[in-house]
Design a protein around this ligand. Structure first.
Ligand SMILES: [Ca+2]
Ligand SMILES: [Ca+2]
Length: 366
């Protein structure tokens, strides 16, 4: 259920001392180790080599517990599914908490995945039952970005243990079924754009994320046992187990340098050779309750939200600045890229915001 008011809190720490990247892979990090200074954040990682670039959402101990996926809506808002809170949290692009967009009052159980789909938000919801999960009522719900629920993409009654959803390109989705406790055989399935099961492509227990492969028309499916399967809609091609990530695979994403960003739910973020499985780089370590890896492109200064950065956005900023609109005009507490307050909203409008917005403006749209 959407909150009627917008709560704006300090975004201290969000992409300080650097401009945010226009293209990045977002990986949510839960509070598996609450003492970790980055617990409860959404990190941004390089699409080229997986290096850590800063936070899309700074550490937020009040909300993110065990995040599963990130989506950026057509409204320039950041959506984070949380499997412990049975909720979808909403943040603005400055990393400030906005509200609980969806929660138990909207009929959500454990939320394993969210996906921006044809202007709506798809939500994998597995109801909680006294004895555990209730797969007889599992479904893929569908909501407009006004928070109004629509007819589900897949309604209850399939007994699927849905986990990840990935678009094929024609409206169809690849959807993983994580286990066979419901009687449905675990694996990666192909669903039509009207939510009909077209069959299993390959069997796999706890298949946690499906992404595009490096080669067009190919996909990678990841599983809890750190196994990466390369496949097409017609079937599997090859598989490799990522070294050193046994029994903890949570998310993957192809990198532009040909390697693979790998996310372990309890052990960190790494870069692996997708041919051999060998570990190439360690990006982040530690017990974190990590989620899936999703790639985004953001035009930061596009205040008019038309996927172009031009004079309209500059005048929109000036209007917001002149009317004291902190939401659109307060971006920074410093104009010095070396200052920790650079890129961190400070609740005040002054020349720092003007010069920081100019820096964002120069980034344009990639
Ligand atoms: Ca614009
Ligand atoms: Ca400011």
């Amino acid at each position: 259920m959407r909150s009627a008011t917008l709560a704006v809190v300090c975004a201290c720490g969000s992409f300080a001392s650097a401009l945010p990247p226009s293209e990045f892979i977002a990986v949510p990090w839960g509070v598996g180790n609450p003492a970790d200074p980055r617990a409860g954040s959404i990190g941004m990682f390089s699409v080229v080599d997986g290096s850590y670039l800063g936070d899309l959402v700074p550490p937020d101990q009040a909300h993110i517990v065990w995040p599963t996926a990130v989506a950026i809506g057509p409204d320039r808002m950041v959506y984070v599914s949380d499997s412990t809170a049975d909720s979808v949290w909403r943040y603005n692009l400055k990393g400030e908490f906005v509200d609980r967009f969806l929660g138990p009052a909207d009929g959500l159980g454990i939320v394993r995945d969210i996906l921006l789909y044809e202007g709506d938000l798809l939500v994998v919801s597995i109801p909680r039952a006294p004895a555990g999960l209730d797969y007889t009522l599992s479904e893929i719900k569908r909501f407009g970005f006004d928070g109004v629920e629509k007819a589900p993409f897949v309604g209850p009654g399939t007994n699927f243990s849905f986990w990840d959803m990935h678009p094929v390109g024609n409206g169809d989705l690849l959807i993983s079924d994580s286990d066979s406790m419901s009687g449905v055989q675990a694996g990666v399935y192909h669903f039509s754009d009207d939510g009909v099961d077209l069959g299993r492509i390959y069997p796999m227990v706890f298949s946690t994320q499906i992404v595009d492969g490096h080669e067009p028309g190919h996909f990678y499916g990841y599983a809890f046992n750190a196994r990466v399967t390369e496949f097409t809609l017609a079937g599997t091609i090859r598989g490799v187990t990522l070294a050193g990530l046994s029994n903890a695979g949570r998310g993957i994403h192809p990198l532009d340098d040909g390697s693979l960003l790998a996310v372990s739910y309890n052990a960190g973020v790494y870069v692996h050779n997708v041919q051999t499985g060998a570990r190439i780089r360690t990006i982040r370590t530690g017990f974190g309750l990590y989620g899936q890896a999703n790639r985004f492109t953001v035009c930061w200064a596009d205040l008019t939200n038309d996927l172009s950065v031009d004079s309209d956005d500059f005048f929109a900023f000036l209007d917001a600045f002149a009317t004291g609109d902190l939401e659109d005009a307060d971006w920074s507490g410093s104009s010095d890229p070396n200052d920790p307050g650079y890129g961190v909203p400070d609740g005040a409008l002054d020349a720092d915001d003007f010069f920081y917005f100019l820096d964002l403006f120069q980034l344009g749209c990639p």
